[in-house]
Design a protein around this ligand. Structure first.
Ligand code: ATP
Length: 324
């Protein structure tokens, strides 16, 4: 392998730039050429490439988002679109790529690999931590820190007014952000997609909390929680059934995806980038770099996209004990 391309695809996450930097610098160290692809698979189809050297990635380790831009690209979902992308890569002399993204981006890479036997390695970049084969995805730790900081601020106003806040955080299919940030920020209740404890239990818990003398309460709700109600409906439900509370709602939204990556994500990105390039140079392909038990691992992409890292049951228990 003489020339490796790197791209970011799908939703952005903090730490993507640190991973780009790592791929580029590892290529320079290993004396292979490196090319950046702008705007994900869309840029691949359009041949939007730029040669990168070690100095092209100065001062980006600390930046959120992705300097290469990201895009959703429908053409890459078609054989015709992928054919054009393949022609562009060949024309530019590129013989492998590293894609930093989520399960959709990995699915695209896997199909492309199957069609053209083209070497690909994935690096998991998504704040949701919803990819199998890695305990941590890039951006998850940063998102947790952002969410905890926000909840701390909400708590200040909640306790000044004796209010109950429902705070919605990201996590459509998995509750990793909600559970970890909830424990970290001392939430009263945490509603996650993995378990539905029912609305009665929520009311019971809030009632108990008020009776025990707590001046404010924070309930963290993952986007995909299974109570059957969104945060606004939950507010109405509690106001109706438990009129002792003055209830407010806060939806954190896209701020969770932004910001400078945490040290943890920068270190993880640096390690994953090295591993990705090394894997390609060792002739490996169709794998995702992950981290498990603090060891870098390689998981077949078809496995990585099929499941999620399971929610930590022990942490659920801890959260229950903490709300006593
Ligand atoms: P996130 O879930 O964090 O937003 P993602 O990588 O899953 O990230 P998607 O929008 O699902 O984001 O996928 C990114 C791109 O990958 C798509 O725009 C498309 O170009 C490509 N892609 C996704 N699924 C497929 C598929 N089945 N076949 C070919 N390409 C695909």
């Amino acid at each position: 392998i003489k020339k490796i391309a790197v791209l970011t695809s799908g939703g952005d996450s903090p730490g993507m730039n640190a991973a780009i930097r790592s791929v580029v610098r590892t290529c320079a160290y290993m004396k292979v050429d490196c090319v950046a692809v702008y705007r994900g698979y869309q840029g691949m189809i359009e041949g939007d490439f730029k040669p990168m050297d070690a100095r092209s990635v100065n001062n980006i380790i600390n930046k959120g988002g992705t300097i290469l831009k990201s895009a959703r690209c429908n053409d890459f979902r078609t054989p015709e679109g992928r054919k054009i992308a393949h022609d562009q890569l060949l024309k530019a002399g590129i013989d492998a790529f590293v894609v930093i993204g989520g399960d959709g981006s990995f699915t695209g890479a896997m199909i492309f690999n199957r069609e053209y036997n083209f070497p690909v390695i994935g690096i998991p970049g998504t704040i949701d931590n919803d990819i199998f084969g890695t305990t941590f995805t890039l951006g998850f730790d940063t998102a947790l820190n952002t969410v905890v900081e926000c909840i701390d601020k909400i708590r200040d106003t909640a306790s000044s007014h004796n209010r109950l806040f429902f705070v919605e955080v990201m996590g459509r299919d998995v509750g990793h952000i909600a559970l970890n940030a909830g424990v970290g920020a001392g939430a009263e209740e945490i509603l996650i997609p993995e378990e539905n404890l029912g609305l009665d239990r929520l009311l019971e818990s809030l009632k108990r909390s008020k009776e025990s003398g707590k001046s404010s309460s924070i309930v963290i709700v993952a986007e995909g929680d299974k109570s059957g109600k969104n945060v606004f409906e939950l507010k109405e439900y509690v106001e109706e059934h438990l009129p002792i509370y003055d209830v407010r709602v806060s939806v954190l939204g896209h701020m969770q995806r932004g910001g400078a990556p945490s040290c943890f994500d920068r270190v993880l990105a640096s390690r994953m980038g090295v591993k990705a390039v090394e894997a390609l140079l060792e002739g490996k392909t169709n794998l995702m770099v992950g981290i498990q038990d603090n060891q870098l691992t390689l998981t077949p992409i078809n496995k990585a996209i099929k499941g999620h890292t399971k929610i930590d049951k022990e942490l659920i228990r801890v959260s229950e004990i903490m709300t006593t």
